[in-house]
Design a protein around this ligand. Structure first.
Ligand code: FE2
Length: 702
């Protein structure tokens, strides 16, 4: 529909409402009987992006008798549940089959900090079918001195799991201003095989449009077409408790990776660990369109009326970062960590022998004396004397690459590009030994860091690339990449968004809450002094996950430092993604990491990663990293005040002028496999609560 039509209609209706007392914009249709029928609104209703005078309303209408037709709706907004105090009515608002019959309307002219009720009416067979009732609330006006409460949610994997966390929120009937959803609203993959009896699982209506991925657990389909991504949102939003949360509260949403592709950056997926180029621009745009269709957010500049999905910028012009003001207490700064970010610093196809930080780079960083041991020696493999060693290394590369599925020609070509120049003896010599050759003597050779020193021991692997990297060498490599690229290698937000964040931090509100999809809490496994860990070469400090802020340590320090300074120590980071709960102080800034709604906990994930790395249950590494995970993490990061790496749930944050309070509502991770829909009392008994108080730069138990 044209925007002009929408604006005219809306303005006419608002004028009519202002002129009459209650029934503006009404006409003969009001005589038709109204019945509520969820079958016409299978994903119910939702609202989002609350501002003092506006909010975005959402629904999707389905008429099984008219599947391909464009359908019109009436939108009503009122101050009461019976709609006798109507403040706005929009008639003949079209929904199109081209956009799956979703409707997003930005309604304006509302009063600040006011609860509104809304619904959608569809005229059919001489009656009006009403959507479920929606309730929403506008933000307090600028300067209003009032506490603000919101819930933080993220990571709601649907397959085989249940939304006990949403059920609990509804049970508590929390008085919230909004829900902030940090990302992983959907997960893009689903097993190809039918689910086990009774388990719920997303099914794609057009599986041929999806990517087929082989995993140890069988073939998995990854959404790629628009139809695939729509199926995900449609299915997730059929859950009654998620619907209930949307019906009850406005949401402020941002995406993380799984709305597109696991651990993605820009329009790049990461399924093949570097074996293939996975730049997938069309897939990214499909993912974004389904996100914009199904979720109640609108670009800042969207005018009142129907939100024009065609006009919502998508990759490469995507722009979903934005800020929200709630009186004098809070400015919420919502960031997009995925769309602009460069690749992870260690590529998945990094050749372990390649030198990442050479002697002159170490000198530039002032670290000449830091890595003097023989293990850091490297040689220029192109030198005449290493001709045979180079051939052996290239053969080794080709063997690994062919075993990983590359063609001989591709493997040979990649070997030629990788096995050249400086090569770390820590990797070269074991390869030579395997070929029955003598090692190259490290004496007198330059010192530097190869990818092998960063924990990259396999050719195509996420381990040593995105997960489980050696902290102390990684920090040096990250500093070098940062210095040598003028900060660009770590510019995860992108230049425009970074200046937006810094500008937003200067607002007059008492607190700035930075919303980041990925966690700011450093997750460090310190095995450096663990005498029972073998082999000895494994006794290092590790970052568990460098897809999150740990992966860009210099940028993290810079950003948090700038926020601290601009807000006089009144910044709090709210984040998620890691499927664990943390309260920690990072670079002087309190960081609250909210638990996942339902996705497998980091306890489970870490178990898989270390087993994959060759340390199964029974080893000391497994014990420290999995069994005693919380103690190990606390030892590695003394800024951690609270850690729970098993539970699901959500965090309720209350912002007062002088302090911020956070309540973690937690349920053991194993419970996600059980539906408590019919047993609300049992559910209540499974939840526990932990309370914390944040004051300038510090977190304490309440
Ligand atoms: Fe997640």
């Amino acid at each position: 529909m044209s925007r002009a039509f929408t604006r005219r209609t809306l303005l006419k209706c608002i004028a009519a409402v202002a002129a009459s007392t209650a029934f503006g914009c009404s006409d003969d249709d009001d005589e038709l009987p109204i019945i509520e029928d969820r079958a016409f609104f299978p994903q119910s209703v939702a609202s989002g992006d609350p501002r003092p005078e506006s909010v975005v309303l959402w629904t999707r209408v389905v008429d099984s008798g008219r599947p391909g037709a464009d359908l019109s709706l009436t939108v009503q907004v009122a101050l009461d549940e019976s709609f006798s105090k109507r403040v706005l009515e929009l008639k003949d608002v079209p929904t199109t089959s081209a956009h799956d019959h979703v409707l997003k309307v930005k309604v304006t002219g509302l009063a600040p900090r006011t609860t509104y009720f809304y619904r959608f009416l569809y005229e059919e067979s001489g009656r009006r079918v009403a959507s479920p009732l929606g309730r929403t609330r506008t933000a307090p006006e600028a300067g209003a001195d009032t506490p603000v409460r919101f819930m933080v949610a993220n990571c709601q994997n649907y397959n085989g799991r249940y939304y006990n966390s949403w059920q609990r929120l509804l049970q508590l009937d929390e008085d919230l201003d909004f829900v902030v959803f940090l990302g992983d609203y959907i997960y893009e993959t689903t097993p190809e095989a039918a689910p086990p009896e009774g388990a719920r699982q997303v099914r794609f209506s057009e599986p041929d449009g999806a990517l087929r991925l082989s995993t140890s657990g069988g073939t998995v389909l990854a959404a790629a077409s628009l139809s695939n991504y729509r199926d995900l949102y449609r299915t997730y939003r059929e859950d009654p408790f998620l619907q209930g949360a949307h019906e009850r509260y406005p949401f402020i949403l941002v995406w993380d990776d799984h709305e597109f592709s696991d651990d993605s950056w820009s329009a790049h997926a990461n399924y093949t660990e570097g074996r293939q180029d996975e730049l997938q621009e069309e897939r990214r745009r499909n993912a974004e369109l389904a996100f914009f269709e199904y979720l109640p957010l609108a670009p800042d500049e969207a005018p009142e009326g129907v939100v024009d999905l065609e006009a919502t910028p998508r990759y490469p012009d995507t722009r979903i970062w934005r800020s929200f003001d709630f009186g004098s207490a809070l400015r919420l700064i919502v960031t997009d960590y995925r769309t602009r970010r460069p690749d992870h610093l260690i590529p998945e196809d990094a050749w372990p022998a390649a030198v990442a930080v050479d002697a002159s780079a170490l000198a530039t960083l002032g670290l000449t004396g830091a890595f003097t041991a023989d293990t850091f020696a490297y040689v220029d493999i192109d030198a005449q004397e290493y001709t045979e060693a180079r051939s052996i290394l290239r053969l080794a590369y080709v063997r690994l690459a062919v075993a990983a599925g590359l063609s001989q020609a591709e493997a040979a070509s990649r070997a030629g590009a990788a096995v050249r120049g400086p090569q770390a003896l820590a990797y070269v010599n074991p390869v030579l030994a395997q070929a029955g050759r003598a090692p190259i003597d490290p004496a007198g050779k330059p010192r530097g860091l190869g990818f092998v020193h960063l924990g990259k021991t396999e050719l195509f692997a996420r381990l040593g690339a995105r997960y489980v990297v050696v902290k102390d060498t990684y920090d040096v490599y990250a500093a070098w990449r940062d210095a040598s690229t003028g900060g660009e290698a770590q510019n995860v937000l992108g230049t425009e968004q970074r200046s937006f964040v810094q500008g937003a931090a200067a607002g007059p509100q008492a607190w700035k809450v930075l919303v980041s999809s990925v966690s700011a809490t450093s997750m460090i496994w310190d095995l450096s002094n663990k005498q029972d860990v073998t082999p000895e070469s494994v006794r290092n400090r590790y970052y568990f996950d460098v897809d999150q802020w740990d992966g860009v340590p210099q940028e993290k320090e810079r950003l948090l430092g700038a926020l601290r300074a601009a807000t006089s120590d009144r910044t709090v980071v709210v984040s998620g993604d890691i499927h664990a709960s943390f309260a920690s102080v990072e670079a002087g800034v309190p960081a609250l990491t909210a638990p996942a709604i339902s996705s497998s906990s980091v306890g489970e994930e870490a178990g898989e990663q270390v087993t994959e790395a060759g340390f199964p249950p029974g080893t000391a590494v497994y014990r420290y990293v999995v069994t005693e995970q919380v103690a190990t993490l606390r030892e590695g990061n003394p800024g951690i005040v609270f850690a729970d790496t098993d539970s699901h749930g959500f965090t309720v944050v209350e912002v007062h002028a002088d302090e911020v309070r956070a309540a973690y509502h937690l349920i053991p991770g194993a419970e996600a496999r059980t539906s408590y829909a019919e047993r609300p009392e049992a559910l209540a008994a499974r939840f526990t609560r932990r309370d914390f108080t944040v004051r300038a730069g510090a977190i304490s138990q309440a």
